[in-house]
Write a protein that binds this ligand. Structure first.
Ligand code: ZN
Length: 437
């Protein structure tokens, strides 16, 4: 009797498959239409994208709420599919609807009239992260179409404002509507599947469990202004250059245990590239230089001041104060000031020893037999860091295998997503949502 009962439960959860041909056709159609909506941030006017997602959710009787958050049309959307056990807190599917601006001259295709070429859909937001948003949407629709009731509530949150830091997106939702998104787990962008980036020649799915801390600083050097014909020792430009050289000489950081965990899981050393380099230590990039007098700038005037910005990324657990003190000590020049533009708050690491992580692994391996699944650290920040800091178990989960060029295409003038991987990702996510965790 007991055995029969178990069998029945398994049958009703796993038995039904949606009509995949129809669902996939619809998924691609929706992705194309969604990318075509210009939700550039700034101004992050996401009224049209939110209405677009809502219309599709309405068709499948999935309840939604719109949350306008800002003066230029910023609008967040939540949708909820009820689960069987109210004792379990929801799983949050987090995606952002905004995209970064485009340099139309540099694009070979129209970034807002997506086309499919060589198996890739091209357009702004195709990868970051409208494809994942549609995967979230389609997985909810697949639950509805098959009459599958997930173990716990699944909440989708589509935010307005990730690309400029989340003040009117995730942070606003957490401050004003936390009850609507209160979850045990969150799946966001961040990880990915790759055959080359993490370990050469090995299919690895990295699931992001931690991100680096983002610290932005501005250096400002002052000196004596004067005529370019007579060089002087306290030329602000030269003072700045020397200070930058010293500021950027970072001492080696203590390796993060997650990196060792990754190599153990992969059974291979990390591949050598800028991505894997960035997760093995603290990094600093010189991102801007500003100086000179006049516009156009006068070539024969030595300016009295020069400025630079540094984008520093620290491993989780690194002490920001100590890092800054050490940088100041290296600069060691009273003519140079160091101003902190952005102070990070360490979000720590989400445990990968959870039933959800196991469910992600099972679903990935089912569709990619032989793939290695590993928790990973990513070099950039995501929205989910805000939730991780609040104790939510947050994973970056991109159920797609991406080659190096595609992975690097986010924010570029040839942003693309592989269509077959996008569609397979819907199946993977559907399997996750209907599993027990
Ligand atoms: Zn993104």
């Amino acid at each position: 009797m007991k055995r029969l009962g178990l069998w029945l439960v398994a049958c009703c959860v796993w038995g039904a498959e949606p009509d995949w041909a129809t669902l996939e056709r619809r998924a691609l159609e929706l992705l194309q239409q969604y990318v075509a909506i210009e939700s550039v941030n700034p101004p992050a006017d996401t009224r049209a994208t939110a209405a677009f997602l809502k219309a599709e959710l309405d068709k499948h009787a999935i309840p939604t709420r719109l949350h306008p958050s800002g003066p230029t049309g910023q609008t967040n959307l939540t949708a909820r599919v009820k689960g069987r056990y109210s004792s379990k807190k929801p799983l949050l599917l987090l995606n952002h609807m905004d995209v970064v601006p485009v340099d139309r001259k540099a694009w070979k295709t129209d970034p807002f009239r997506p086309v499919v070429r060589d198996g890739h859909l091209l357009g702004r937001g195709a990868l970051d992260m409208k494809s994942i948003g549609i995967q979230h949407l389609m997985a909810l629709i697949a639950l509805r179409k098959t009459g599958t009731v997930p173990a716990r509530d699944i909440v989708m949150l589509s935010t307005a404002d990730e690309e400029t830091g989340g003040d009117l997106g995730i942070r606003w939702m957490m401050e004003k509507h936390y009850r609507d998104i209160d979850a045990e787990y969150v799946l966001d962008e961040g990880g990915f599947g790759t055959r080359e980036i993490l370990a050469a020649g090995k299919l690895v799915f990295g699931i992001m469990v931690a991100e680096k801390q983002t610290l932005w600083v501005r250096l400002r050097a002052t000196g004596t202004a004067g005529h370019g014909s007579q060089p002087m020792p306290d030329n602000a430009n030269m003072v700045l250059l020397a200070a930058l050289r010293r500021a950027m000489e970072l001492p080696p950081a203590k390796p993060h245990p997650l990196v060792a965990e990754m190599t153990r899981a992969m059974g291979a050393p990390l591949a050598k590239n800028r991505y894997t380099l960035a997760i093995q230590g603290n990094t600093v990039s010189l991102t801007s230089l500003r100086s000179g007098v006049g516009n156009p700038v006068k070539v024969n005037v030595i300016p009295s001041a020069a400025e630079a910005t540094l984008d520093c990324r620290l491993l989780p657990g690194e002490d920001v104060k100590q890092f800054l003190e050490a940088m100041r000590a290296r600069i060691n020049d009273p003519r140079v000031t160091l101003e902190v533009v952005n102070t990070p708050e360490d979000a720590g690491v989400s445990s990968s020893r959870t039933p959800l992580f196991d469910a992600l692994r099972r679903a990935l391996v089912k569709h990619h037999p032989g793939a290695v699944v590993t928790p990973m650290l990513v070099p950039h920040g995501t929205d989910s860091g805000n939730l991780r800091r609040r104790g939510v178990i947050a994973y970056g989960f991109t159920p797609m295998v991406l080659d190096l060029a595609t992975n690097n295409s986010a924010h570029s003038d040839a942003e693309a997503v592989p269509v077959a991987e996008f569609l397979k990702g819907v199946r993977i996510l559907f399997d996750v949502l209907r599993s027990e965790f």
